[in-house]
Design a protein around this ligand. Structure first.
Ligand code: ATP
Length: 337
């Protein structure tokens, strides 16, 4: 299903222009498997002012397209090989590989400044100054810590912003209904609470029927109670619609509550990957959850690598954990082309 492609490409440096279509220039996109229909008639997907939020740069596509099965591997929502991104002499991402299978909920942890947001922006096509191979589902959506709603457009118009054709109110209302916000469809963004605004942002992602949702700390600005509610909403939406999700977060507990797989980024690569085998809904008091949390904190350089509380003693080298399949990044899969 991964459709955008960069093959062994070194992209041309150039400033990111707000409001531009996220589609790379043709020279940087040597092949496309499935026509991306986030542009209409060759025009950028939206004609909104250049201050429009980046979230709306996520392509919008007709619902017909879906994951493309491949003959010898599961469909992927994103695949990255040998990715490199440097800001001057600061090499943030260096030879990074990543696969995000269709429908998988992946959380990305890592120390502040390790490059999580940079990676997410690359997957969202918001940063093209890279080398390496990046392929992502063409139907994707992005949401950030701040909802980035246009203040001069009513909520429902924000939701369908950037979609091709005339603004479709019914479509916006359907997405707002899913996030419990239909009653605020005609409100102005400034009248929304933080949680409501973030739910509107999720509706904007949802309305694109994405195969891949990229979330950059979407709960970070919410109070504790709202955070729990919106986390639950994201989990529900994921279960209902089955997109792949890549969630950047600082919160180990959040990652363990939500994700099928937790990645830890370090030194420019995905340094650790854990498949979380706990049933949902997850219980933070479950000893296996506690052990996993300690494991992840250990990888992040915080606390002990394994929970003595869970095991009753320090872990022995190589001792398996029943709740976690811990391993280095998976072996390379065939890159779809
Ligand atoms: N536009 C830019 N110009 C120069 N340096 C940048 C730019 N964007 C990011 N960086 C640098 O890249 C590194 C990674 O930044 P990034 O925002 O990806 O980290 P992060 O892991 O998301 O951090 P945090 O968890 O604190 O949000 C940092 O050193 C940052 O200063």
């Amino acid at each position: 299903m991964a459709t955008g492609i960069q093959r062994n490409v070194t992209t041309r440096p150039g400033p990111e222009t707000p409001g531009q279509s996220p589609t790379h220039p043709a020279v940087d996109r040597p092949a496309v498997d499935r026509p991306a229909v986030d542009t209409a008639g060759g025009q950028p997907e939206r004609a909104d002012p250049p201050t429009a939020p980046e979230a709306d740069q996520a392509p919008a596509h007709p619902p017909a397209a879906g994951p493309l099965p491949t003959p010898d591997s599961a469909p992927l929502a994103a695949t990255v090989r040998g990715l490199r991104r440097a800001f001057g002499s600061n090499v943030v991402i260096d030879d990074l590989d990543l696969d995000v299978p269709a429908g998988q909920f992946v959380a990305l942890l890592g120390a502040s400044g390790c490059g999580k947001s940079t990676l997410l922006r690359i997957l969202a096509d918001l940063d093209t100054e890279i080398s390496g191979q990046v392929r992502v589902a063409s139907r994707r959506a992005v949401a950030f810590q701040t909802p980035r709603l246009l203040p001069w457009k009513r909520v429902w118009r924000n939701v369908v912003l950037g979609l091709p054709g005339r603004p479709d109110r019914a479509r916006a209302i359907a997405a707002l209904t899913e996030v419990g916000l239909a009653h605020r469809a005609d409100a102005w963004p400034k009248t929304l609470s933080g949680g409501e605004a973030q739910r509107a942002s999720l509706a904007r992602a949802l309305v694109r029927d994405p195969d891949l949702v990229l979330l950059d700390e979407p709960f970070g600005a919410l109070d504790a109670l709202t955070r729990i509610r919106v986390q639950g909403l994201v989990e529900q939406l994921w279960q209902r619609h089955s997109p792949a999700i890549l969630l950047v977060t600082h919160d180990v507990e959040e990652a363990l509550l939500l994700a099928d797989r937790v990645l830890v980024m370090k030194d420019g690569v995905i340094a650790h990957s854990a498949t979380i085998a706990l049933a949902r809904p997850r219980d933070v008091g479950d000893p296996r959850f506690v052990a996993l949390r300690a494991e992840l904190l250990g990888w992040l350089g915080v606390g002990h690598a394994r929970s003595e509380a869970a095991n009753g003693r320090p872990a022995r080298d190589g001792e398996p954990d029943p709740a976690v399949d811990v391993r280095e990044p998976p072996p390379r899969q065939k890159i779809l082309s």
